[in-house]
Design a protein around this ligand. Structure first.
Ligand code: IVH
Length: 684
């Protein structure tokens, strides 16, 4: 295909993909399968790779986002991005209407809409093309987040239809639908990262990320609700939204024209009912004067337009009694107060426990045991106590005393300056902290020792066999055989006994042994450094290549790494400043765990293994099994799990299972050592 042909094919593909994006994301009515769609996109990407100068920044291929890190540039808003004044009762809406009628004597029509709870965005289009997307910022200037916004499929890059101004701005709200929010928090929990408190925080964090490929994975969405003037070809706000819909923007279906306060109130009630079932969060209704000429007459105050107002819903709330407070000690030693409540129905679920956050909040609320309290679910994952009915306080109510000593090990609690949480400092002697670290160490995303799962760690700990993660690698068969534990099965309520027999013990030891080949990034994650989740650990490993380099890195060198902010860097520095942690790493190193990665590891690529199907088995000395798997892929080979006649060779380490060995031999499949393998791909 010559360049001219490529150009016209790119145009065709662009139109077609945009059309499918629209039918899929905006109309929820796809007309082709995902595979067919991917084929079109792949064809487009291939052409754009071949002819890089034909790649337009508005190409639909750019929606998947790029890896480039960038600082956002600041952009002045051509019309300041104002906020809305809030009302909480219909009387306040009436007062607003009365103020309007002092200025405008003719009839006024209103448009009522949902108030989306996300982050405001201003999109600028020139000749039907999205050229810029800017956040609110301080209302005067905001961040240019165009690349991130282009990953949102309901925002058109090319407009459809006709009649749009040559240059105009449209504003709306970017938000995270509930489904995307729960998915994101599930992933974050697995990666031991702090979950987002609510979809709004998650949306605002997402839109400001440096890596737009990651933004694309978050699955944000957007509703548009306002075209700021001055020179718009419309007489009313309502018309402008209808036109915007015809150009391909996602405009809510829930928009009502109202002439009286009663109609406004009915709309508010309808939406309040509806919102419990919506797939995204709204926090109220916005009421706007429909006629644009009247809007101009009314004008703005310094902060908000006089022609629009928000009616905010009350957060869903219930009243119940506070029965008691538990104090929980986590893996990091943080002590969290949790309220036990008389069960109460709130927003569709029965609530029995609520967060009391920390000592400061307890005293600010002046909440006591026996009090009737308000619980709210304002978008947060765990309901929280937001107030106390002091008028209903019983005479025998008991103030909550925050503990002075750890509920598990009686060590006096400490509080770091500027932090609200109290900690048990007894890292090495406080059972839930030790058990928590062990559980974390063996978890799937860390060392993945599942033969120690299901409470077995607890048995080892209770019997004094392990008190830190390095002890795991000293365990011997005779330590484990015959260990027992009785517990009450929560399902049946009956007492049950587990005991360690020969086969189980062998399995445990095998799992521990195999974990020695876990890659450095996961070993680093397994150490449980505060705030260093799976992604952070990977970034650190890829950047510094060895534990010594991380240990010696300055704050600046740490914060230079993508996604590592000050809080994480401080925590890493603190971790490596403690002798006990350095000793632990030394012991783990001596047990054969990986504390470094070949710096060139990810850069090598080749085709030496093309067409080869490879099984990796056993424990290796230089690389972890995961790393070897990646190398196979980087050199165009295919990893397979089990040996068959089609296997090209087995990359065999130490302790390869005898069954596998026998099978390979009987099929005549060669066994290759780590050294031979590295020579094969020219890595020696
Ligand atoms: S109109 C100048 N309409 O709420 C007024 N805003 O608290 C332009 N919001 O800044 C805004 N839904 O970020 C408008 N249907 C809606 C809205 C809406 C949510 C946001 C917007 C605004 C904030 C004020």
């Amino acid at each position: 295909m010559n360049k001219e042909e490529a150009k016209s094919r790119i145009r065709e593909l662009t139109d077609e993909i945009n059309r499918h994006n629209y039918t899929y994301y905006s109309l929820s009515n796809p007309v082709i399968s995902d595979q067919e769609f991917d084929l079109l996109l792949k064809e487009l990407e291939a052409l754009e790779r071949e002819y890089p100068d034909l790649l337009s920044p508005n190409s639909p291929s750019q929606r998947v986002g790029g890896e480039v890190a960038r600082e956002f540039s600041q952009v002045l808003h051509s019309n300041p991005m104002l906020s809305l004044s809030n009302t909480y009762s219909i009387e306040e809406v009436e007062e607003w209407e009365a103020r309007i009628h002092k200025i405008i004597s003719e009839e006024v029509e209103y448009v009522c809409e949902m108030k989306f709870d996300g982050v405001a965005i201003g999109l600028t289009y020139q000749q039907g093309l999205l050229i810029q997307a800017v956040t609110r910022g301080d209302g005067i200037q905001g961040d240019d987040v165009t690349a991130n916004v282009k990953t949102i499929h309901t925002i058109p890059i090319h407009l459809k239809g006709s009649g749009y101004p040559d240059l105009f701005e449209i504003r709306g709200e970017i938000f995270l639908p509930h489904s995307s929010f729960s998915r994101l928090n599930r992933i974050r929990a697995e990666e031991e990262e702090e979950p987002f408190a609510n979809p709004r925080n998650a949306a605002s964090g997402s839109i400001k990320m440096q890596n737009s490929a990651e933004v694309a994975r978050r699955r944000l969405d957007c509703y548009l609700y306002y075209l700021p003037g001055p020179d718009l070809p419309f007489a009313t706000h309502y018309e402008s939204l209808q036109a915007a819909r015809s150009w391909g923007f996602q405009i809510s279906e829930y928009i009502a024209k109202c002439s009286t306060i009663l109609e406004i109130f009915e709309f508010i009630q309808e939406i309040d009912e509806l919102r419990k079932g919506l797939p995204f969060d709204i926090d109220g209704v916005v009421i706007k004067v429909n006629n644009i000429r009247q809007q101009e007459i009314l004008g703005n105050t310094a902060k908000s337009p006089r022609w629009a107002i928000a009616y905010k819903f009350k957060a869903e709330q219930a009243e119940t009694r506070l029965l008691s407070v538990d104090f929980q000690v986590g893996r990091t030693g943080a002590v969290t107060p949790v309220a036990n409540l008389e069960p109460v129905l709130l927003a569709g679920t029965v609530v029995k426990r609520a967060s009391l956050h920390n000592a400061d909040i307890i005293s600010a609320l002046d909440v006591r045991i026996g009090d009737t309290v308000y619980v709210e679910k304002g978008g947060e994952i765990i309901p929280k106590i937001t107030g106390v009915r002091t008028d209903l306080r019983p005479a025998d109510s008991v103030p909550i005393k925050f503990l002075e000593r750890c509920p598990e090990c009686s060590t006096p609690l400490v509080r770091a300056e500027g932090e609200s949480a109290w900690y048990c400092p007894n890292r090495t002697g406080c059972p839930p902290q030790i058990k928590g670290r062990l559980e974390h160490f063996i978890s799937r995303k860390a060392m993945n020792i599942d033969s120690l799962g299901e409470g077995k760690i607890e048995i080892l700990y209770d019997n004094g066999l392990v008190s830190d993660v390095a002890d795991l690698y000293d365990l011997k068969q005779e330590d484990l055989l015959g260990l027992e534990k009785t517990y009450v099965d929560p399902a049946s309520g009956k007492e049950r006994k587990v005991s360690f027999k020969e086969k189980g013990v062998a399995n445990i030891l095998k799992g521990i042994d195999a974990s020695r080949s876990t890659g450095f990034d996961r070993v680093l994650f397994a150490l449980g450094i505060r705030f260093a989740g799976e992604t952070v650990a990977r970034k650190l490993a890829q950047h510094f290549h060895s534990v010594e380099a991380i240990r010696d890195a300055s704050m600046e060198e740490l914060t230079d790494v993508e996604e590592i902010g000050e809080k994480i860097a401080e925590s890493v520095t603190e971790f490596f400043s403690k002798q006990e942690n350095l000793d632990l790493i030394e012991r783990l190193k001596n047990s054969g765990l990986n504390f470094s990665v070949d710096p060139d590891f990810f850069r090598y690529k080749g085709t030496e293994l093309e067409g080869k199907s490879i099984v990796i088995s056993g424990v290796f000395s230089r690389f972890s099994r995961d790393e070897l798997k990646k190398m196979v892929e980087a050199h165009s080979g295919k990893n397979t799990g089990s040996i068959s006649a089609r296997t090209s060779f087995v990359l065999a380490g130490e302790n390869m299972g005898p069954e596998k060995k026998k099978k390979a031999e009987s099929l005549g499949i060669p066994l290759i050592s780590e050294e031979e393998f590295l020579r094969m791909i020219d890595r020696e």
